[in-house]
Write a protein that binds this ligand. Sequence first.
Ligand code: MN
Ligand code: MN
Length: 458
Amino acid sequence: MERENAWKRYTKEDLEKLERINLGYREFLDTGKTERECVAKTIKLANEAGYQNLADLIKRGESLKAGDKVYLAYMGKSIVLFHIGTNPIEQGMNILGAHIDSPRIDIKQNPLYEDTELVYLDTHYYGGIKKYQWVTIPLAIHGVVVKKDGTVLNIVIGEEENDPVVFISDLLIHLAQTQLEKKGAKVVEGEDLNVIIGNIPLKEEEKDAVKKNIIRLMKEKYNFEEEDFISAELEVVPAGKAREAGIDRSMIMAYGQDDRSCAYTSLIAMLNKKEVETTACVLLVDKEEIGSVGATGMQSKFFENTLAELLDRMGIYSELTLRRVLANSKMLSSDVSAAFDPTYASVFEKKNAAYFSKGIVINKFTGSRGKSGSNDANAEYIGEIRRIFDEYHVAYQTAELGKVDQGGGGTIAYIMALYGMNVIDSGVAVLNMHAPYEVVSKADLYEAVKAYEAFLSE
Ligand code: MN
Ligand code: MN
């Protein structure tokens, strides 16, 4: 079952659409490097597309009907969008769900220290990373600092052309003989991901003079005190913009494409829909990379609560209606797959691998070993998805995440399946997944939008 390279069949019109989508995607990546930034950007795009804030409607006691479009953000880190269809919602919704958190390096609560007149921020990494990839590259700091009085300072350092960047040092090759004998996982250890942020001392100070100067600068620029780190969420991410990659410009290289390549494509498929028969829903959630935990992760009840609020506004809320809507819904868990990498071919099984430019990837199993932790979508449901994708001329392929005993990974699919709904993982293939700069094919991004639009049209 060989699949064709999607570029081969594109018309001029396809190529124009493809480039437009990828331009918007790069912009989304540049302005959304954290879950909070992605939610803010989503709200902006949703407002422009005529969506209303469900929280406002609840406050005003307004009701909802077919054709209405609403969103509800949760703690600024997750967001749900609904487009109410003409069919009874009890028959179920079409749901697209992606995550907007990405692997990164978080700043600790008590991070600031000086050693030998260099000032550092101590960190704790978030999600699965190869730590040695994060040293010696330009890094930016994104996030919020919440003062005791509730004031929120939004911070972005390292993205403007004239901004300074920060970085993590690595041992020079000349002295690295012992280091290079270590295993890959130990070459750079978690506790050594210390971000260097300064070296100029305050003239009149003896002890910790560089640190005091940094504190002075932060106070001046941001009204930020050292104690404020306690209630800050600062994320260290690769600095700089998303770029086209390849001399033929066939790919996008950027930070955070797991899973923003699926989040963006799901979102614009939703926003592009003028009308729907089946109620459409897009879920963009936090914390997937650390097990979907916390109030803003998929294991939280926020989605169920939001749906209950929606049904209440529609005047049809009951516990039974809520259960029926959930159980009758169908979902594409929009999450990325590992792209086949010929340089590391031995970890893949070639017949069941995802390839660049062969379209959106359907993944029946995620999980690991004997399918532990997998979602294992039903054959009946996959049959339906095949029909939809073929009907709408979507290029698609099926894959597993590497060889059977080689490793594994999870998504939010199994959590949504707990409601008794049909769910399958489907998303964009990524090279260098979880590295500071990941790569996707522009064609796959285009096919993902087509696939998600087709799914919401059913
Ligand atoms: Mn993912
Ligand atoms: Mn991931």
